[in-house]
Design a protein around this ligand. Structure first.
Ligand code: CP
Length: 304
C-alpha cells in the first residue's frame, strides 16, 4: 500500500488525479461501496482540529471504520514506541494510519517496516501533504490551474510545514512562488524569491498567510502581536492594495489581528473556510488512493 509522506514523492500525474477525485467527491458525493469493514487509525500526537476531524469525516463518508487513538490513555504512556503502537494497530486490522507528530520525518524509520499505509498529517516543520493538496484544490477551483500564477507565502516560513510543501509543489506545477517574512524566519532552501511584504501583497494572485509557529520557537518572541501585524500582517490597508481578483488563504488556525486583520477573515477575498471545506474531499481522495479503493461517485450509482 502506498504511503503519503510528502508531495515530493508523488508525480504530477498522481497529484492531478487526487485533485480530480476530490472534485468528483465534492460534486457528486460518494456511494459507500466498502463492503468489508476497513479500519483506519487516526493518531494525533500534536493538537489538531481541521486535519483530525476532516480525516474522520472523510473516513465516515467513505464507509471506513475510524479508530481514534488517544495518546493520553494509550500504552505510549507506558513507554510503547510509535513503531510498536503501529504494529499493534496493524495486527488488529488497521489498513492505514493517519499520523500527526512533532518530530520532523517521524515516518522515516517506519515506512519500510509496516504493511499499513502511513498518511502524514503533519510532521514537525517537515511536510503537510493533505493541507497542500487542499490548498491546490482551492487554487484550482479559483483559477482553473497553476501555470502563470504568482503565489505569495508570507510569515513564519522557516517553521511552517505548509510553506515548505506548498512552495515545492506550486513551483513544480508552474506557479511563481514569492516569499516574505521576518529575515529571522526565512528558509533559504525553499524554492521562490524573497520580496518585501508590500511587493508580495501587490503582485500576488494568491496571498497565502502563515501562522506564527510559537510552539517551534526557542526563547523570546521577536514581535508583539501588534508589531507583527503592522510589519508582516494583512492589515485592512494592505488588503486594499491587493490585485482586484486576488484571494486570501491561510491554513489556519489563524491569529486574528496578527497574521490577518480580524475583519478580513471572512471578507469577499477570503477562501479560508473554503479551504477547510475542501479538506474533507481531498482526504476522501487520499484515503481512496492509499487503500486502493475505487469508490463509485454517487452520480453513477444504479438504483436497484
Ligand atoms: N491546518 C491545520 O493543519 O489545522 P489543524 O492543526 O487544526 O489540523
Amino acid at each position: 500500500m502506498p504511503h503519503l509522506l510528502s508531495l515530493t514523492d508523488l508525480s504530477v500525474h498522481t497529484i492531478e488525479e487526487l485533485l480530480t477525485r476530490a472534485q468528483a467527491f465534492q460534486d457528486r458525493g460518494a456511494e459507500q461501496r466498502v463492503r468489508e469493514p476497513i479500519f483506519v487509525a487516526n493518531l494525533f500526537f500534536e493538537p489538531s482540529t481541521r486535519t483530525r476531524f476532516s480525516f474522520e469525516v472523510a473516513e465516515k463518508r467513505l464507509g471506513l471504520n475510524a479508530l481514534n487513538f488517544d495518546d493520553t490513555t494509550s500504552s505510549t504512556q507506558k513507554g510503547e514506541t510509535l513503531y510498536d503502537t503501529l504494529r499493534v494497530l496493524e495486527e488488529l486490522g488497521a489498513k492505514a494510519a493517519v499520523i500527526r507528530h512533532s518530530e520532523q520525518g517521524f515516518y522515516e524509520p517506519l515506512q519500510d517496516r509496516l504493511h499499513l499505509s502511513l498518511i502524514n498529517a503533519g510532521d514537525g516543520s517537515g511536510h503537510h501533504p493533505s493541507q497542500t493538496l487542499l490548498d491546490l484544490l482551492t487554487i484550482q477551483q479559483e483559477f482553473s490551474g497553476f501555470k502563470g500564477l504568482t503565489v505569495a507565502m508570507i510569515g513564519d516560513l522557516r517553521h511552517s510545514r505548509v510553506a515548505r510543501s506548498n512552495a515545492e509543489i506550486l513551483t513544480k506545477l508552474g506557479a511563481s512562488v514569492i516569499l516574505s517574512g521576518p529575515p529571522e524566519w526565512h528558509a533559504p532552501e525553499f524554492p521562490g524569491t524573497y520580496v518585501s511584504i508590500e511587493e508580495a501583497i501587490e503582485t500576488a494572485d494568491v496571498v497565502n498567510l502563515l501562522r506564527i509557529q510559537t510552539e517551534r520557537h526557542d526563547g523570546e518572541g521577536l514581535f508583539t502581536k501588534e508589531t507583527y501585524h503592522q510589519a508582516y500582517g494583512l492589515t485592512l490597508e494592505r488588503e486594499k492594495r491587493m490585485k482586484a481578483h486576488a484571494i486570501i488563504m491561510h491554513p489556519a488556525p489563524f491569529n486574528r489581528g496578527v497574521e490577518i486583520a480580524s475583519e478580513l477573515v471572512e471578507c469577499r477575498r477570503s477562501r479560508i473556510f473554503k479551504q477547510m471545506h475542501n479538506g474533507v474531499h481531498i482526504r476522501m481522495a487520499i484515503l481512496e488512493w492509499a487503500l486502493g479503493l475505487n469508490i463509485i461517485p454517487q452520480h453513477f450509482q444504479l438504483s436497484i
